[in-house]
Design a protein around this ligand. Structure first.
Ligand code: BTN
Length: 318
């Protein structure tokens, strides 16, 4: 209901929309409209109301709520069920709980602030309040668990395409970091609940540093944000929607057996290509030169003796 009211008032722009018009369109009482308008004010909207004229929104809050994201969405499934919390321990944890309870496929959980944001390999993800897009997407792909690493790459490709459209030059550090000027602007944590041959659900958690202007000292040399890269005061809700809009066709192609749409983006924007890299295999430290990304999304590594290996997932250092 609140989403509908925001949509009606947004459409009205600078004009007042009468309470009666809202009641007629939504088939609800005046009291219900008034109650929801007050709740929207609590959510940070500044709404002018003049007797006999009606309501208009003068200030939209900088929030990644359903009301702010949905006007920009053109997806069929992704983000159509959107759960927003101002503060949460981790959007991935909340999304996994919702997935276990049977939430719709494509449910998205967003938060302004995470108290225990999680990164890969058990690391923490530093959450800068209201400066980032922090969202987790619940997916239930009918593919073998062995193909799950592709989901992360679909995420990275979608984010990179959304950032490119803003005019920055993102690169993808295989498999799941998005960098600008060699520094990390976005991380992805993909978690899965599965059996040997069946995926129950996947939660893809995305953290994009948007309007963050400084980082804690321990990460300031390796992290960046869109604001620091010249994109000041971006609308986070619009960016979140754009990522989902770009993700849906890549995800659908993947489900239909065509990985080329996302792999071509990962190859074109590959940060590691031709760089010396190190990684560990079964605890053994190895190094080589990164080659291309193959048609299964694996990273080719060329060792000093000329032999090759193909990494399916994992962490790679340069
Ligand atoms: C990494 O680079 O290590 C992955 C970082 C992933 C961070 C995001 S923010 C939204 C979602 N919720 C979390 O707790 N983590 C992911």
């Amino acid at each position: 209901m609140k989403t509908d009211i925001v949509a009606i008032l947004r459409k009205g722009g600078d004009n007042f929309v009468s309470g009666q018009t809202i009641c007629d369109q939504l088939q609800v009482s005046r009291t219900a409209v008034w109650k929801h308008i007050n709740q929207l004010k609590d959510d940070g909207y500044i709404i002018e109301s003049i007797p006999k004229k009606g309501y208009r929104i003068t200030v939209y809050p900088d929030r990644i709520t359903e009301y702010e994201i949905s006007p920009w969405l053109n997806t069929v499934e992704l983000g159509r069920n959107l759960v927003h919390r101002h503060t949460v321990d981790s959007t991935n944890i909340l999304a996994k709980g919702l997935a276990r309870e049977g939430c719709p496929d494509g449910t998205v959980v967003t938060a302004e602030h995470q108290t225990s944001g999680r990164g890969r390999s058990g690391r923490r993800w530093t959450s800068i309040q209201e400066g980032a897009v922090q969202m987790s997407i619940v997916l239930r792909p009918h593919v073998s668990p062995a193909k799950a690493p592709s989901i992360t790459q679909i995420g990275a490709a979608s984010i990179a395409l959304a950032l490119e459209s803003l005019g920055v030059s993102p690169r993808i550090k295989w498999p799941n970091d998005v960098l600008i000027s060699g520094k990390k602007v976005c991380g992805i944590l993909t978690e899965m609940s599965c059996e040997l041959d069946h995926i129950h659900f996947i939660v893809m958690g995305i953290g994009i540093n948007v309007n963050v202007r400084s980082f804690p000292e321990e990460i300031s040399s390796v992290a960046t944000s869109l604001a620091l890269e010249g994109q000041d005061n971006l609308n986070r809700a619009r960016l979140a929607a754009d990522v989902l809009n770009r993700m849906e066709p890549l995800y659908r192609s993947f489900l239909q057996g065509d990985s080329e749409p996302f792999l071509s983006v990962c190859r074109r924007l590959s940060w590691l290509r031709d760089k010396s890299i190190s990684f560990s295999r079964n605890g053994e430290p190895l190094s080589g030169v990164a080659g291309d990304i193959d048609d299964q999304g694996r990273l080719e590594v060329i060792f000093p003796d000329g032999t090759r290996d193909y990494l399916l997932s994992g962490e790679v250092h340069i």
